[in-house]
Design a protein around this ligand. Structure first.
Ligand code: HEC
Length: 149
């Protein structure tokens, strides 16, 4: 009787542990997708600001992307694949390469900020294009076309 009860409690705890882990993963996935959405909002703001030659805004938004880029690797903890995600397994199989892409984003955004600060229109245009490429090349390799569920 007691044994049965204990087994029941153990099973209950196990279920609880598994489901709270699933919740934790959903949180992790949502958090990184929110960071990516922020990247996207920044990139859009940069494009709009470039058209208006509002280089102060370009610089601020580019610096925000630099900050996000620094966090990318930690936003993708190993095994965080349970949930609605486009993260490909290659992120963890080729983690050095993934980290390199995150670093490259930081560099590309830094160059946009520097160009904006200098006010050199040609440089701003070139660096903004390179920033877009830094997003796209990582997505091409590490982001799936569709959500996992
Ligand atoms: C180091 C790789 C990497 C870089 C660089 C990167 N991304 Fe992403 N991005 C990803 C991955 C991986 C996902 C899929 C995340 C998921 O679904 O869990 C993603 C998802 C997204 C999403 C979809 C978010 C959602 O809600 O599903 C947007 C939008 C996005 N990225 C925008 C950007 C923009 C804009 C940049 C450049 C300023 C950028 N990303 C740079 C890897 C990257």
């Amino acid at each position: 009787m007691v044994r049965k009860l204990l087994a029941g409690v153990a099973l209950g705890l196990l279920t609880l542990a598994v489901s709270s882990q699933a919740f934790a993963q959903a949180d992790v996935i949502e958090k990184r997708q929110a960071a990516m959405k922020n990247n996207s909002a920044d990139a859009k703001a940069i494009k709009a600001a470039v058209e208006k030659k509002d280089y102060a805004t370009v610089e601020t938004k580019a610096k925000d992307i630099m900050g996000t880029a620094d966090k990318i690797v930690s936003l993708f903890p190993k095994g965080s694949t349970n949930g609605k995600t486009k993260a490909k397994p290659e992120i963890w199989e080729k983690s050095d390469d993934f980290a390199k892409h995150a670093k490259n984003l930081n560099k590309a955004a830094g160059e946009v900020a520097a160009a904006a600060k200098s006010g050199d229109e040609t440089a701003v245009n070139t660096k903004v294009k390179a920033l877009g490429d830094a997003c796209a090349s990582c997505h091409k390799q590490f982001r799936a076309e569709k959500y996992s569920e």
